[in-house]
Design a binder for this molecule. Structure first.
Ligand code: KIV
Ligand code: ZN
Length: 516
C-alpha cells in the first residue's frame, strides 16, 4: 500500500466560490478541523490578494502546527515575497507558485511567449526555494497544454528546486482515461521526475473532478488537491470526502491509502457548509443528507438483514454515529462540557461560557438538544456584530400585506444606538429584509435563500442560509433558531455584518429613526 497525500484547498480555491467570504476566525476554525481530519497540506490562502487573506494565512501558520501550510503565489516576486511573509512562522511551510502553460493562456492572458514563461517559472521557483525548502510548482491549465512543453517546464522547475509538481485541470476539461494517459506522458517527459512528488488539481466543470483525480492516482501520482464538499471556482474542485472514501473503500483496486481520519469527515463537511453558507445537495455522495438513507422497501429489507447488501460504507466510518447524544434543559454545565468533548469539539473556556449560555436559551425552547444542535452552537461564529437584532414584529396573513417592524442595535466602538424601521413586502421575510435594508440605507439583493431543519423532529431548529449581493460583492449568512423568521433575520444580519466587516458597505441611515 503506498501513501497518497491530501492537499486541501478549501480555504483558497474553495474560498473563491462565489458567495463565500470567510473571516479570519472562521478560517482558523476550519484549518484546525482540517488538521484533525488528517490532511497533509492546507492551502491557507493567496496572501497577495488582500490584507485579510494575508492575515488569515499568518494566523493559520502560527496556530496549526502538524500540517504543512501552503500559500499560493503567482510566479512573480511580489507574490512570492508576500506568501513567504505569511507562512514564515509555520512549522512546515510551503510556497505554491504557478504560471499558465497552455497556448490559450500564454497568448491571451499572459501575452508571453513560451520561452518567457519558461524563464519566469525558473525565476519563481528559484526565488521561492531561496526562502523555503518545500516548493510546489503548478502549470495552470496543464490539461490544455502541450505535453512536451510541460515536460520542459517541469524539468526546469525541478532543477530550480521544486519538490512538488502539480498538473491542474484548471477548466475541468479532462476525461478520466485521457487524463491518466496525459499525466503519465508528462511524467515520462520530465527529467528528474523521480526526485519530486507529482500532484493533480482537478476542477468539476464536467462533473469529472473526482474521477480524473482517481484516474491519476492509478498511474502513480503522489498528491491529490481537493476541497471539502467540492467547493471551488465555478463547479468546484474534486471533493475531498469523495476522494478519501473512494481510496478507502476501494483500496483493493488503488492499493493506496491516505492519512484521512474518515470519522472526521461528516463533522468537517457540516462545519464547512455552515461557515461558508454553501448548502450540501441532499443526494451528494458521502456527505449528503440522503447518502445513507434507504427509501425503497426492498433496500430497507436488505439492509436490515445484512447492511452490506446495499451499503458499501458504514455511516460510522464518516462519523455519522455520533448523532446520538441527547441533552435537555436540566443538563448542567458538566454534562454539556462532557458531550462537547465526546464530540471532539474544541472550545476555549470563554467560548464554552457563551456556548453554555446559548445552550440554556435553546433548551428552554427545545425539548431535546442533539449532537447536531451542539455542533451548530459550537460553530456559531462571533462575526463582528455592528448590527444585532433587538426585536422584530411581523404581521402576516392571507388577506393583508405582510409588514415588518425591525429594531436593531447599532454598535461601533463606544457608540450604541437603536435603529428602527418598518417595511412591507411580498412575504414576511421579504418585508423584514426590506426593513433591514432601510436601516442600513443599502439595497441588498437576496440571491439565495434556503431553509432546512438541522435534525429530525418537530421541534428541530430551522437553519437559514442566504447569499446576499451588496453592490458588486456577495456575502453569505447563516441563522439558526427554533423560529424560522428569526433564523431568517439572523442569517440576513450575518451577511450584512460580514459585508460591513469587509468594508463593502457602511450604515448610511444612522439617525435614530421612527417607523415610516
Ligand atoms: O485551477 C488551477 O489551476 C489552480 C492553480 C492555481 C493550481 O487553482
Ligand atoms: Zn483551481
Amino acid at each position: 500500500m503506498r501513501g497518497v497525500e491530501i492537499f486541501d484547498t478549501t480555504l483558497r480555491d474553495g474560498e473563491q466560490s462565489p458567495g463565500v467570504a470567510l473571516n479570519m476566525e472562521e478560517k482558523l476554525q476550519i484549518a484546525r478541523q482540517l488538521e484533525k481530519l488528517g490532511v497533509d497540506v492546507i492551502e491557507a490562502g493567496f496572501p497577495i490578494t488582500s490584507p485579510g487573506d494575508f492575515q488569515a494565512v499568518s494566523l493559520i501558520a502560527e496556530n496549526v502546527r502538524q500540517t504543512t501550510i501552503a500559500a499560493l503565489a503567482r510566479a512573480e516576486a511580489k507574490d512570492i515575497e508576500r506568501a513567504w511573509e505569511a507562512i514564515r512562522q509555520a512549522a512546515n511551510p510551503r510556497i505554491h507558485t504557478f504560471i499558465a502553460t497552455s497556448p490559450i493562456h500564454m497568448q491571451y492572458k499572459l501575452r508571453k511567449s513560451p520561452e518567457q514563461v519558461l524563464e519566469q517559472a525558473k525565476f519563481a521557483v528559484e526565488l521561492a526555494k531561496s526562502k523555503v525548502s518545500d516548493v510546489e510548482f503548478s502549470a495552470e491549465d496543464a490539461s490544455r497544454s502541450d505535453v512536451e512543453f510541460l515536460g520542459k517546464i517541469f524539468s526546469i522547475a525541478i532543477q530550480a528546486g521544486a519538490t512538488v509538481l502539480n498538473i491542474p485541470d484548471t477548466v475541468g476539461y479532462a476525461i478520466p482515461e485521457e487524463f491518466a494517459l496525459f499525466v503519465k506522458a508528462v511524467m515520462a517527459q520530465t527529467k528528474g521526475i523521480e526526485k519530486v512528488k507529482v500532484s493533480v488539481h482537478c476542477h468539476n466543470d464536467l462533473g469529472l473532478a473526482v474521477a480524473n483525480s482517481l484516474a491519476a492516482v492509478r498511474v502513480g501520482i503522489h498528491q491529490v488537491e481537493c476541497a471539502v464538499n467540492g467547493l471551488g471556482e465555478r463547479a468546484g474542485n474534486a471533493a475531498l470526502e469523495e476522494i478519501a472514501m473512494a481510496l478507502h473503500t476501494r483500496k483493493d483496486l488503488y492499493q493506496a491509502k491516505t492519512a484521512i481520519v474518515t470519522r472526521e469527515i461528516s463533522r468537517t463537511s457540516s462545519m464547512v457548509s455552515r461557515l461558508t453558507g454553501m448548502m450540501i445537495q441532499h443526494n451528494k455522495a458521502i456527505v449528503g443528507k440522503n447518502a445513507f438513507a434507504h427509501e425503497s422497501g426492498i433496500h430497507q429489507d436488505g439492509v436490515l438483514k445484512e447492511r452490506s447488501t446495499y451499503e458499501i460504507m458504514s455511516p460510522n466510518s464518516i462519523g455519522l454515529d455520533m448523532n446520538t447524544i441527547v441533552l435537555g434543559k436540566h443538563s448542567g454545565r458538566h454534562a454539556v462540557k462532557r458531550s462537547i468533548e465526546e464530540l471532539g469539539i474544541l472550545v476555549s473556556d470563554t467560548k464554552f461560557e457563551k456556548l453554555f449560555e446559548n445552550f440554556k436559551i435553546l433548551a428552554d425552547k427545545k425539548k431535546m438538544i442533539t449532537a447536531a444542535d451542539l455542533f451548530a452552537l459550537a460553530d456559531t461564529q462571533e462575526i463582528k456584530e455592528v448590527l444585532s437584532l433587538n426585536y422584530w414584529q411581523i404581521l402576516s396573513g392571507n388577506n393583508l400585506k405582510p409588514t415588518a417592524t425591525i429594531g436593531l442595535w447599532y454598535k461601533k466602538g463606544e457608540h450604541e444606538d437603536e435603529l428602527v424601521k418598518a417595511a412591507y413586502g411580498d412575504g414576511p421575510v421579504a418585508a423584514a429584509y426590506k426593513a433591514i435594508d432601510k436601516i442600513i440605507g443599502v439595497d441588498g439583493r437576496l440571491l439565495n435563500y434556503s431553509l432546512q431543519a438541522i435534525d429530525s423532529g418537530e421541534d428541530s431548529q430551522g437553519e437559514v442560509t442566504v447569499t446576499v449581493g451588496f453592490e458588486k460583492h456577495i456575502a453569505a449568512g447563516r441563522g439558526i433558531s427554533t423560529d424560522i423568521i428569526e433564523a431568517s433575520l439572523k442569517a440576513y444580519l450575518q451577511a450584512v455584518n460580514r459585508a460591513l466587516d469587509k468594508g463593502w458597505i457602511s450604515v448610511k441611515n444612522r439617525e435614530k429613526v421612527s417607523v415610516d
